[in-house]
Design a protein around this ligand. Structure first.
Ligand code: ADE
Length: 260
């Protein structure tokens, strides 16, 4: 054995796992994930509880983001500035657009703030001084999440999905829209779809997470279970879906992701 390969092996053995944050938009998801966290410790900052410990093979921090872009940005900034986090996964539910149906999982490719409008100073939707309207995710992290989502869905028996008219939930990749508005009318959903034909989902935090991670140069991914169609029955479907399906689904996906 050469000296070089011997030291390489030793070094590999001592490589420090990069710390991952799992940020949930919903308490139900967070509680499910917390049950798998070993050596859990809680640190409070800015009214939030940050749970550190080991999740599967990972050194992890779990936290509830709260709702909306500012709350999510504050949460992620704290994770990056104070908790030594090197990768961020954001999970939650979203309203489905285009082909995305209730029960589907959407893993973001890019994220955009649909309520950003500094025109005529900057083009509509562009985040001023970034020269960007769509923020790209980390390709590797998102691909791993997509694989975990597909394998978790295949092994999950979600009897309640039939109540939502879902036979076979699908994992989709694409554009997710974020804004400080719960979209709950068919005309509003149609207007978003018209403005962004490629959009698959609308929610209230993802693009803020993307902007903060972009600022810090930290890889991130966003995973959303579709809870409603962002139409007039969105609020009813949203409550039922979270209680019956979303939390179990996300926990299964993240367990598959953190197992490796
Ligand atoms: N999260 C879940 N459903 C949503 C909707 N219809 N609009 C915004 N955020 C959501």
């Amino acid at each position: 054995m050469s000296g070089a390969s011997g030291t390489g092996g030793l070094r590999r053995h001592h490589v420090k796992m990069s710390r991952i944050a799992i940020v949930s938009a919903m308490a139900q998801e967070l509680h499910g994930l917390q049950q798998g966290l070993s050596g859990a410790r809680c640190v409070q900052r800015a009214g939030r509880e940050f749970w550190t410990g080991r999740l599967g093979a990972h050194d992890a921090v779990l936290v509830l983001s709260r709702i909306g872009k500012v709350a999510a940005a504050t949460t992620v900034t704290l994770l990056l500035a104070e908790f030594g986090v090197e990768r961020v996964l954001f999970t939650g539910v979203a309203g489905g657009l285009g082909p995305a149906r209730v029960g589907d999982i959407v893993v973001a490719d890019t994220l955009l703030q649909h309520d950003m409008d500094a025109s005529p100073l900057f083009p509509r939707y562009e985040v001023p001084l970034y020269g960007l309207s769509q923020f790209p995710v980390d390709a590797g992290l998102s691909a791993a999440l997509q694989v975990a989502a597909a394998s978790a869905l295949a092994g999950l028996h979600l009897e309640h999905l039939a109540d939502f008219g879902i036979a076979e939930p699908r994992v989709r990749r694409g554009l997710i829209l974020s804004g400080d508005r719960f979209v709950a009318s068919a005309p509003e959903a149609a207007a978003l779809q018209h403005a962004f034909p490629a959009a698959l989902a609308v929610e209230m935090e993802g693009a803020a997470v993307a902007q903060v991670c972009h600022d810090f140069g930290v890889p991130f991914a966003v995973l959303r279970s579709i809870s409603d169609r962002a139409d007039d029955s969105a609020h009813v479907d949203f409550e039922r879906f979270i209680a019956d399906v979303a939390s179990r689904c996300t926990v299964a996906i993240l367990s598959a992701f953190t197992a490796t």
